[in-house]
Design a binder for this molecule. Structure first.
Ligand SMILES: [Fe+2]
Ligand SMILES: [Fe+2]
Length: 505
């Protein structure tokens, strides 16, 4: 038998016969379950795990043909074989049994024949179940890869979270799921660190993940020349692979290892252990595919992250180059990025946007590269003409950044970060929501930081002083300049501004 569990046979017989058959079936390694009515039979079928049904056609209180018909018309039960028993073989009953879909009609005193027929029908059912399980696994695999991809997020790709998702799919949630392992061990290799091992198990309907300590290092993952290895074993196999004995000897895994599939690679090891039945190569294929998907996504995430890092580096380099003309503003651009990210997060604008604004806000003054250093560094009051020149930097900045979609947020910021909610800003005097949200955010972030910094023409303000100016105004700066929602968000996260300023001082 493929399954480690006993096949279950549902008996709908007379009391005397039920007792006899219960004994016989138990002797042959089957589990017999007797019920006394058609309704009870259907109810027991609902509970699942019946491998064969024996029905007596001669019971006066039960229309066995009718019961067989309703079983065979039910999609969930129709694959369960039905043997009908009769005391006297009549042609009309034989035809009727065929019509209602029974697998056979046998004489009830032909025990040997019944047993042989029963064994054969159960063997066929096990093969059908196995095929269906394979099909289910194939479907599971194909949807799983799709699911992983749909949740794929370059910036927040967490290999461990993906492994958790794999294990959740793989592991047995309750005792009926014989086709799944009841225990999964996962080893993850982090660069320059050691292997980290976890044990996963369902306890009281909850997936428990326990970090394991040194013992699992017993299993040296792989020799240098072997990229991937998949091992399957069953307790009945002889000889068993070394890994079986390694696992048996583990003290942390307080469990008797019976069977399993082990996937070993240089970055991840997945051990699916103690399936409710023997394991087969298709179990190995399922596990291998899941591991390969996760490794593929990790490698893709690493590559995309490298590209993103190069992009971020270039953006910073451009912003720094533009600062060369200005007086030393230290980490001003970085802080403006951080403040903007804090506000965007508070305004629930989404993780992707938060990262975009964090990076691209550094470009807000990139247009100043076109403004004469003498004007930017001037300590005295600027003349009207000089002011006119300074006020061109948003347009210059937008021209430098251009219309590449990857820099759309930076473009909007550069062009609009001096616009004001009440329409008194520049260069276009936009008002309210016609100013892009990223610019409304950077406008406040930029002004907070400018107030905190000492510049040629002004001293540094404390956090409290800057907070007062932005929230209450000081004659030059007015609360009406800011998007009320952005200002509210600022009030709520002001403490974080103070912390961040100190961090990037
Ligand atoms: Fe500016
Ligand atoms: Fe600035």
């Amino acid at each position: 038998m493929a399954s480690l569990a006993k096949p279950q046979i549902l008996l709908v017989l007379s009391d005397r016969e039920a007792t006899l058959w219960e004994r016989t079936l138990n002797q042959h390694g089957y589990e017999a379950i007797s019920v006394t009515s058609g309704d009870a039979a259907l109810q027991r079928l609902e509970e699942g795990k019946i491998d064969l049904i024996m029905l007596d056609i001669a019971r006066p209180d039960l229309d066995s043909f009718e019961l067989c018909k309703s079983i065979k018309m039910n999609e969930r039960f129709q694959k369960i074989p039905v043997i009908m028993l009769t005391g006297e073989m009549k042609k009309k009953d034989r035809i009727k049994s065929i019509r209602v879909g029974a697998e056979d009609l046998l004489l009830k005193d032909e025990n040997e024949e019944i047993m042989e027929r029963l064994k054969m029908l159960i063997a066929v059912k096990v093969r059908i179940d196995r095929l269906q399980e394979s099909l289910r696994n194939i479907v599971l695999l194909s949807t799983f890869a799709g699911e992983l991809l749909s949740r794929f997020d370059t910036w927040y790709f967490e290999f461990e979270e993906n492994i958790d998702a794999i294990v959740q799919r793989l592991i047995r949630k309750n005792v009926d799921m014989l086709d799944q392992p009841s225990l999964v061990l996962v080893g993850i290799f982090e660069s320059s660190v050691q292997w980290r091992w976890y044990q996963y198990e369902y306890l009281f309907h909850e997936l428990i993940k326990i970090p394991l300590q040194q013992e699992l290092d017993l299993i040296k993952p792989l020799p240098e020349d072997l990229p991937v290895k998949v091992v399957i074993f069953n307790e009945v196999d002889s000889p068993k692979p070394k890994i079986f004995y390694d696992l048996q000897s583990l003290k942390t895994v307080n469990i008797h290892v019976k069977n399993g599939v082990c996937y070993l690679s240089k970055e991840i090891c997945l051990f699916a252990l103690n399936y409710g039945r023997n394991v087969y190569p298709h179990d190995a294929a399922v596990l291998e595919n899941m591991a390969v998907n996760a490794r593929f996504l990790r490698s893709l995430a690493c590559q995309i992250k490298e590209t993103e890092n190069a992009f971020a580096y270039t953006v910073h380099a451009l912003a720094r180059a533009a600062e060369a003309n200005d007086e030393d503003t230290g980490n001003h651009i970085v802080r403006v990025g951080e403040f903007s990210a804090i506000l965007a997060e508070r305004l629930l604008l989404g993780r992707k946007f938060v990262e975009q604004i964090r990076l691209q806000a550094v470009l807000h003054d990139v247009g100043k590269v076109y403004i004469a250093p003498a004007i930017l560094r001037k300590r005295e009051k600027l003349s009207a003409e000089e002011w006119l020149e300074v006020r061109k930097h948003p347009v210059y900045g937008a021209n430098i950044i251009g219309d590449h979609p990857r820099l759309r947020v930076g473009y909007n910021i550069a062009l609009n970060h001096h616009e004001r909610w009440d329409g008194t800003g520049y260069p276009r005097g936009l008002r309210g929501e016609s100013i892009p949200i990223e610019a409304r955010i950077v406008n406040l972030a930029d002004q907070y930081d400018a107030l905190r910094m000492a510049r040629g023409h002004k001293p540094a303000y404390s956090h409290e002083e800057a907070y007062e100016v932005l929230t209450k105004g000081d004659g030059r700066t007015l609360p009406g300049h800011f998007d009320p929602q952005v200002l509210t968000a600022f009030r709520e996260v002001a403490a974080l501004f103070a912390e961040t300023y100190e961090k990037w001082r």
